[in-house]
Design a protein around this ligand. Structure first.
Ligand code: NAD
Ligand code: TYD
Length: 354
């Protein structure tokens, strides 16, 4: 079996669902169930013996050691993290605890487990660390996209904590020989995306008749990838990646935020028109910018394409249509994640921006 950490979050849950749709190899899913973890994402696996869910922290070494001894996974995929830049600005502590100390503690337990393995299992074992393009910092217009050799220049508490975790993973390979793989991916979007991030926030606010808050001038550029394409890239890296190597994953799809918001509005105008016949664009509101806001991210996904033959299956047009449709088809999921804690966050992040 494989061990997935953070498998109740947005990308982790999509990964677990896709994995079990394509393979009978069981998944042990370790997730702390923070505000971002949601077992409803995994509801379709209820009663499926191939999925074992454990609520717990990647930094709980006793628990992780026991799980490894009991289940003997052949690979560990580390998705668990605090992942939202704005939250990292409001309160960086959890980011340092989970992304840095949690990764460190996990690596130490995994190292002991791996060192005790029999020779064959030991050489086949992999630790795959899921990271972000944000570790590379910000590009200006005209700069070449981030390759795996780009210097690390993280600018937010989130990206700094992810950069630190990447360095730890690298060091555990070079120092102890742990067979690690690291993926640095661009912005994902798709089903089960928590509505604190740009795309799902715009969809749920539009449908609720609320303002669509665009930070600054809305001309910050992100490189968007449909989440299932990220999952297929991770499966491919796990299968064929070279231990110690880093693979950048992206959709060759750079877009300014305001274009993304316009696209969401246009799709909603078509699929769920406003009762007054006006466009959802009427709800767009420019608000105070994020401090230290990175201007542009762009991923050069040439290495994973060349060396591992991976390519995204979705275009942005097909992926965003599926995504908007998913939110229209799943109002209960949306209603359940908009708990009191979610409303408190929205108040904390947006009240002072207007
Ligand atoms: P998410 O915030 O939706 O989910 C994170 C999950 O990790 C949640 O289920 C949470 O409960 C769990 N978790 C948090 N702390 C934990 C801990 N200490 N122990 C165990 N579980 C814990 O995040 P996501 O968007 O699914 O991102 C997953 C990974 O992918 C992260 O490492 C993130 O840095 C990386 N990534 C995300 C994106 C993106 O666009 N969302 C892009 C590139 C890389
Ligand atoms: P986000 O989804 O938080 O991802 P990240 O910061 O990791 O790239 O934000 C994507 C972009 O959208 C980013 O440039 C910030 C911007 N943004 C807004 O303009 N308004 C919002 O309400 C949010 C959440 C993000």
């Amino acid at each position: 079996m494989i061990l997935v950490t953070g498998g109740a979050g947005f990308i982790g849950a999509n990964f677990v669902l896709d994995w079990l749709a394509q393979s009978d190899e069981a998944v042990l899913n370790l997730d702390k169930l923070t505000y971002a973890g949601n077992q409803e994402n995994l509801a379709s696996l209820h009663g499926d013996a191939r999925h074992v869910f454990v609520q717990g922290d990647i930094g709980d070494q006793e628990l992780v050691a026991r799980l490894l001894a009991e289940h003997q996974p052949r690979a560990i995929l580390n998705f668990a993290a605090e992942s939202h830049v704005d939250r990292s600005i409001h309160g960086p502590e959890d980011f340092m605890q989970t992304n840095i100390m949690g990764t460190f503690r996990l690596l130490e337990v995994v190292r002991a487990y791996w060192q005790d393995m029999k020779v064959e299992a030991r050489s086949a074992f992999r630790f795959l660390h899921v990271s972000t393009d944000e570790v590379y910092g910000s590009l200006v217009q005209g700069d070449p996209a981030f390759s795996e050799r780009h210097q690390y220049e993280p600018n937010s508490p989130y990206s700094a904590s992810k950069a630190a975790s990447d360095h730890l993973v690298r060091a555990w390979h070079h120092t102890y020989g742990l067979p690690v793989l690291t993926t640095n991916c661009s912005n994902n979007y798709g089903p089960y995306h928590f509505p604190e991030k740009l795309i799902p926030l715009m969809i749920v606010n539009a449908l609720a008749g609320k303002p669509l808050p665009v930070y600054g001038d809305g001309m910050q550029v992100r490189d968007w990838l449909y989440v299932k394409d990220h999952c297929s890239a991770i499966r491919r890296v796990l299968e064929a990646g070279q231990p110690g190597e880093v693979y950048n994953v992206g959709g060759w799809n750079e877009k300014p935020n305001i274009d993304i918001v316009h696209t969401v509005c246009t799709l909603l105008d078509e699929l769920r028109p406003r009762l007054d016949g006006k466009s959802y664009r009427e709800q767009i509101t420019y608000v105070k910018d994020r401090p230290g806001h990175d201007r542009r991210y762009a991923i050069d996904a040439g290495k994973i394409e060349r060396e591992l033959g991976w390519k995204p299956a979705e275009t942005f047009e097909s992926g965003i249509r599926k995504t908007v449709q998913w939110y229209l088809d799943n109002p209960d999921w949306v209603a359940h994640v908009q708990s009191g804690a979610y409303r408190e966050w929205v108040q904390a992040n947006y009240a002072e921006r207007v």
